[in-house]
Design a protein around this ligand. Sequence first.
Ligand code: GLN
Ligand code: ZN
Length: 727
Amino acid sequence: MTISKKSSTVLGYPRIGLRRELKRALESYWDGAISAEQLHQTGRLLREQTWSRLRELGLDQLPGNTFSYYDHVLDAAMLFDLVPDKYRSEHELDSYFAMARGTSTLAPLPMTKWFDTNYHYIVPEIGPSSAFKLNAAKVIGEFREARELGLITRPVLLGPITLLLLSRAEAGSPPAFTPLDRLYALLAVYAELLALLQAEGVPWVQLDEPALVQDRSDRELDALAEAYTYLGGLTGRPQLMVASYFGELGAALPILARTPVEAIAVDLVRGSAHGLSETGKTIVAGVVSGRDVWRTDLPAAAALLQRLGPDVVVSTSCSLLHVPYSLDAESKLDPELRARLAFAEQKVAEVVQLASGTVEPVPAAQNTRPWIPRQAQRRSPYPARSAAQAEYLRLPPLPVTTIGSFPQTADLRATRADATAGRIDWPQYAKAIQAEIEKVIRLQEELGLDVLVHGEPERNDMVQYFAEHLDGFATTEHGWVQSYGSRCTRPPILHGDVSRVAPITVGWSRFAQSLTGKPVKGMLTGPVTIVAWSFKRPDVPVAESVWQVAEALRDEVADLEAAGISIIQVDEPALRELMPLRRRDQADYLAWAVEAYRHATSGASDRIQIHTHLCYSDAATIFAAIDGLDADVTTIESARSHGAVLLSPSASGFERGLGPGVYDIHSPRVPSEDEVAALIAAARRVVPAPRLWVNPDCGLKTRTYPQVQAALRNLVSAARQARDRMA
Ligand code: GLN
Ligand code: ZN
């Protein structure tokens, strides 16, 4: 069989730097330690390294403008001058970082998750009279930079439909206004940009439209048709590639096919090839996954490419932003596992190999344990448990608690680093952690909290910690992936069947409980969150892995109970994140996710109080699922929205314990006692006192001790004030 050589590309690439150089440069710049020029120097170097490396690996078409100092959606806002007036300052970089991070006087623009990934973008604001103005310096500058290196790049831009759909209406806009109303004003500026790029000699532009893989209304689909009919109809423009990813185009595909764009990029890892050959467009075939760390089944991918016909460019399913740079940086991975892995560089090599038509088979994945569903109900329904818990725990009304972590001090980080590097041994490490736990317990007793926590000083991260203690997960040394701005995480790699080798948290919890007469909450991360924030297995459905983690946690819950822990919190902050992008898949997901959570927690006796914590502001949209978790108490983020979540109609039907956060821990601000009292009073109108808890929005680990002490003191006094008035 002769296979013709195809062209190769990727939709985007990591930008934080192989050694997180951008993170360091950004943080130094924010601290005033380096100049803007030095920051730009780092940026240039990183872009140059990326392009040269991609060329070295043999990639034909290089993406450009994939670099960002913070976020590519914020870059798109800057490109069209969508800068709310209050953020404007003399230097563009200052406006940019003010929007991203706020200033001493301004809150930043909101930040939210990029589709179903753990990457966060900055939400632009568009109003009825926003003036779109082209500011193409970054796009053109980066194109020229590459050209000076002898390389022609394809600028990657956020497409107009996705930009409008991800933006929110500026405050004060008429209620019926949506950013999509401004389509034509925005398209005029895209047209201006395309003309400029054409004059610059840009052959191709990539317009990213991931919003098209979600359910879209007729009006939105019409907007899509209008946008690309208009842009495609311009004379004197570069060729246009519309890139979709994270799912299948569905109804958007035939619409795009009828517009005069030249190429459509599709995600063939999550979507099918159905209908692609009939589009008459160049298909940029995303056959190498940008969302996982596994080697591609190359023979299968080659066969798929073959079926798509001759006019195909081989590509990744999405930007490689979501995977670490290179396996070469890892020295400790088990060789058998390593042979199955591919990070960004290895994936580029696969794309190139597929384009050249030479493929090698991949080692087979592991077999899986059979899934035996078990009983996933607590022994008694909530009312009976609630009575048993009241009797056993004897808590005051409006009990005050925290979400788990206490500030992670520099000392604590140094202790963990010393232990990892072997500079201190286990007994020394354990002593340091116990000292920290004791400090946190004493502080909470002194402040007068009712339900204490041990503070999580032993955890680097709420997922990585569990992954390190469970079989079936591997962790990396340098596998950093950008989460937002300069923040990166190292997602664990879930590669096989999960099992618990030994109790994980029980020793620390037992120690903490031994120090006090008040209940200390056991603290676990839930099965959905552990899997959501890891790279998933290629060979079994996600539901299977989540169930296996639930099984391991069920044993941990039993051991905590046996160790005398009376309240156990199982956090599920990622419950919303794993939600499928298409509505038709969502009910099924929620059903198995909720079932897995119940499997993890339902072994506990009635008198053991199970708490859960979810920390995004749109809990309102999944209240029914939260109810299904059957936790006795749920704490949610609420302070930033001033309790808006409680106003949702589903909140009033919620009959279990609820702790709407009354302290916004994402801000350094300390709420006053009156402010907290007002939030408690508002919450009591929706949740009667016997079920209402008083707590912060989320864990305290990013705050300082002075802030936390002052804020918790106000929480306790506000709760006491309210109690006194009840008596
Ligand atoms: N228990 C965790 C903490 O307090 C919860 C963190 C989270 O919700 N993301 O840090
Ligand atoms: Zn949280």
